[in-house]
Design a protein around this ligand. Structure first.
Ligand code: 5GP
Ligand code: MG
Length: 175
């Protein structure tokens, strides 16, 4: 048996699909005529972004940015930096940042601040999952998917040491 299959499911495939549809409907309402630029935060958000964008039935563009991550463990260093820059110019663009999970909020607070300095026309945040119990900074999530418990999660793009991203649901890594 695949050892990944024994991890407890926190968010099922069906729950993810429902949340993605709801978020896509809200984004459609706000951006239908704006040719928004969706910015995926690598690597974790690529699965969510791929599903989300295919529910958006209007012109849009996509780019990616990569930030320094936790490294090879489950603890954050608290320091964030850009390790792969955007390819597109975001000045005067309507930006929706697409993130997999908000944990302490430190990463996304850094990113929103960083992007704001590039003078986009507007800047909003869409996050599939949120761990409110862990927040250390205030983050406004404009399009919020699912509240999750304070556990280290894997699957649907989320990894642990680069493993588990391929799980179709979100599971807790027991340690
Ligand atoms: P924050 O800066 O909000 O503490 O952490 C944000 C980033 O840490 C997320 O974008 C994600 O890459 C990673 N992260 C936070 N919590 C988890 C988790 O439960 N599982 C995994 N795999 N990554 C997480
Ligand atoms: Mg991430």
């Amino acid at each position: 048996m695949n050892p990944q299959a024994s991890l407890p499911i926190i968010v099922s495939q069906a729950e993810i699909a429902t949340a993605v549809k709801r978020l896509a409907a809200a984004i459609t309402k706000d951006y239908r005529d704006k040719n928004p630029l969706l910015i995926g935060v690598l690597k974790g958000s690529f699965v969510f972004l791929a599903d989300l964008m295919r529910q958006l039935d209007f012109p849009l563009e996509v780019d990616f940015i990569r930030l320094s991550s936790y490294g090879s463990g489950t603890q954050t260093s608290g320091k964030v930096k850009v390790v792969q820059e955007l390819k597109l110019d975001i000045k005067n663009r309507h930006i929706v940042v697409v993130e997999d999970i908000i944990d302490t909020g430190v990463t996304i607070a850094f990113l929103l601040d960083y992007l704001k300095k590039k003078n986009p026309a507007s800047l909003k945040l869409c996050a599939l999952t949120d761990k409110p119990a862990r927040h250390r900074v205030t983050v406004k999530i404009d399009y919020k998917g699912i509240t999750v418990p304070d556990k280290f999660l894997v699957g649907y793009g989320l990894d642990c040491d680069e493993k588990y991203r391929n799980l179709p649901d979100i599971r807790a890594l027991e340690d």
